[in-house]
Structure formats: C-alpha cells, structure tokens
Ligand binder design. Structure first.
Ligand SMILES: [Zn+2]
Length: 328
C-alpha cells in the first residue's frame, strides 16, 4: 500500500501534471475554426416614439457592371475602384420593421428561399431582434419584385399568418395581370415572365385569405405613415414617409441599387427598371427632397443597415451613413 506522500505517488502525480500541461499546449496551438458569420442582421433606433428596426435578409454578389445602364463598364469599374470595391459587388437586401406602440408594421419582406442560401434570413433576424413573424400586424410593400415580397411565403404557406398586406393597387394589378405576363419576354428579372409568375404564386395564399388590401396612390396607411408614389423602377413603386414627433424617415425601396455609383451619379440606371427614364427622374427628385429636407432615409440595397442622409454636391450627392447607435 502506497502512502499519500510516498515518492512513487509523487512521481506519478508529476507525470500526470506534465501530461495535462502537454494537452493544454496542444489545445492552445490548435487553429480555431473560422466563424464565418457576422452579428445578427438587425439595427435598432428610435424615430420620435416609433421604434425602427432595420433587418437584413442577407447579401448577394451582383455583377453590377452588367446590370447598370446609362453608363459604361469602364465608368462603373472606375467608380467602384475609387471606393476600393469591384464587381461582382456584395449587395445588401434590407427590410424595415416599425413598432408604433399600437402596431407592428414590416416594410418589405426580403426574398425568402428564392435566391439561395445567402439570402432568406429575414425571419431569423426578426427573431434575433426580439419579435416573431406572427406578431406582425401589417406589411407594406414598396414593389412586387421577388426580393421584396418573396419572404411573404415559406413553402407556399403564409410566413406572416396574422398580417394584412398593403400594396399600391397599380402595382398589384400590373404584376397579377395574365395579359401583361403573356406579353413579357422569358426570364426572371425586371419585366420578364418569371417576375409575374413568382408574384402571382407569392401573393396567392394572402389573396385567398382576404389578407391583401390595395390602396390608391398617396394614402395614410397608419397614423404618421404615408405611402407616396415613386413609379419608374416598377409602374406602381411607392415609398413610405414615417413621421413621429417631428422626426421623418423615408423608406425609399429600390430608388437606388448601388450606393458607390448612383448617389454621385443618379443618372445611372439598372436593367431591372420597368421604365429607366422615369426611374432616373424619380431618383433625382427623391434625392433632392432628402438632401433639401435633411431627411433620414432607409433603402433596400444600400449597405446594411441601409440608413443615412444625403448632401447635394456640385455633381450628384454625397451619402452620409447614420452614426452607429447601440440602442436605448
Ligand atoms: Zn430590390
């Protein structure tokens, strides 16, 4: 029988200690696996008494040098390089949640599972932000491209079972028209057949349940939240002006797609526009309004959280992203 302090036992203990030290050293030198993901995609701030949550649906690498029009690939490359960027450009897909205290309103819904795993994170980020999709009372749509309405459904079912959908009647009628779809060329972008087909499929369960309430043009949809017309990118595209206690936020939808290019040159258009000339006019008009009024704006494809202000410059506009807030 060995005594607790016998030399043999002490020798064994020293060996164990050495072995444990060796294991620790191994662990410390093992490479940590890459984590890959960023923080949950939500950003929160107060606009007067309204709580606004910017929500990210994910990002996608867009070959903007092929998509942008009324410019040249060389001009695009030069403008991107000036901001240390290149095409394809990782592009944000954002939506915005408004808690007025009386209602929870979501503006646009991301793309759902239509464009692959880099997108479709809206529901996850709503939950990360402290809400659940079934709490959403109303959904206001800027326009009916799949990256703005795709999140409405999951596997053909309603992702927001308690929500009423508000859409400009002109936009709704345009994309639900079988006659328009019949005239459209094949493809899945802009005014192509696939865009109509998707819009019809996505809206179907909400229409069947009587959950779609179109509005006509300029309309106050909720106290302090007004839709305003901004057609061009699509025929019934709208923005939403949110006002609370003297503060304003313009949710502008797809007035802009590439921050590094179209703020400084708002005459650059994109091939998904239904009417590029009208979209260009509308972009310049809204940017001027935002700059003149020093209005905070929220955009679907400006880098997340897609929030900032504009200053008019000699040529074009300068984008001033919001100063980071940790919330209150
Ligand atoms: Zn879009």
């Amino acid at each position: 029988m060995t005594n607790r302090h016998s030399p043999a036992r002490l020798h064994l203990q020293a060996l164990y200690a050495l072995f444990a030290f060796f294991l620790l050293q191994c662990a410390a030198h093992a490479a940590a696996p890459l984590a890959h993901t960023s923080a949950p995609g939500f950003y929160r701030f107060m606009l007067g008494s309204d709580e606004i949550t910017a929500l990210n649906d994910g990002t996608l690498e867009l070959p903007v040098d092929q998509f942008l029009t009324n410019t040249t690939p060389q001009q695009i490359q030069r403008a991107l390089a000036a901001d240390y960027l290149e095409s394809p450009l990782e592009t944000s897909y954002n939506a915005f949640l408004v808690n007025t205290g009386a209602k929870l309103i979501l503006i646009d819904t991301g793309v759902g599972n239509i464009f692959g795993p880099r997108l479709g994170r809206l529901a996850t980020n709503i939950k990360a932000s402290g809400y659940t999709p079934d709490q959403v009372d109303e959904i206001y749509i800027t326009h009916m491209h799949a990256d703005h309405i795709g999140g409405l459904t999951t596997d053909g079912g309603m992702s927001f079972p308690n929500a009423t959908i508000r859409i400009n009647r002109r936009e709704l009628d345009y994309w639900l028209s079988e006659a328009n779809m019949a005239k459209a060329p094949e493809g899945n972008r802009g005014d192509q057949k696939g865009t109509y087909r998707r819009a019809m499929a996505i809206m179907a369960p909400y229409i069947q349940q009587g959950r779609v309430q179109p509005f006509d043009g300029e309309a106050e949809l909720s106290p302090g939240i007004r839709a305003y017309q901004s057609a061009g990118h699509t025929p019934g595209h709208v923005g939403y002006l949110i006002e609370s206690q003297g503060n304003q936020l313009m949710v502008i939808g797809d007035i802009i797609h590439v921050a590094a290019i179209q703020f400084q040159d708002p005459t650059v258009t994109i091939s998904f526009d239904s009417d590029s000339a009208q979209a260009e006019k509308e972009r310049i008009k809204e940017f001027t309004r935002i700059a003149d009024g020093k209005i905070l704006f929220a955009a679907a494809h400006v880098p997340f959280p897609g929030l900032g202000r504009l200053k008019a410059e000699q040529h074009g506009f300068r984008w001033i992203p919001v100063n980071y807030s940790a919330g209150k």
